[in-house]
Design a protein around this ligand. Sequence first.
Ligand SMILES: [Zn+2]
Length: 146
Amino acid sequence: MEKAQVKISDAEWEVMRVVWTLGETTSPEIILILQEKMGWKPPTIKTLIGRLVKKEVLSTENFGKKYIYRPLVSEEDTVKSATESLFAHICAKKIGSTITDLIDEAELTHDDIAMIMKELEAKKATAVDNIACNCVPGQCECANHN
Ligand SMILES: [Zn+2]
């Protein structure tokens, strides 16, 4: 389970969630679940599966007439890579306020909040006074405000 930098679409992500949950599966199984949930037609779902195989996110093994699909990347790595690519679109100076927005919008349990507070407490040890802007001039307002 390497390949941290896989980019998958929102629709492909729905297929992967089924495969991650089942561990290994067949296209009729994926179609049964997603037809119901998403209202997609079988050919659409088969196209998505084909793309994921091409991207080497899914492995495929042939047993007679049946194809067995298994994930080649973990859900955790894929989520991490999506978060990293979100942060890559933001000025380094704005990451703190973006994380605050994410927390503001999220529904959290008391345990979640305790976990986040513990992480923040530990983070104080490596906190810096200033973060340098990492943007191309003209792509953010840092050059004007410093
Ligand atoms: Zn910037």
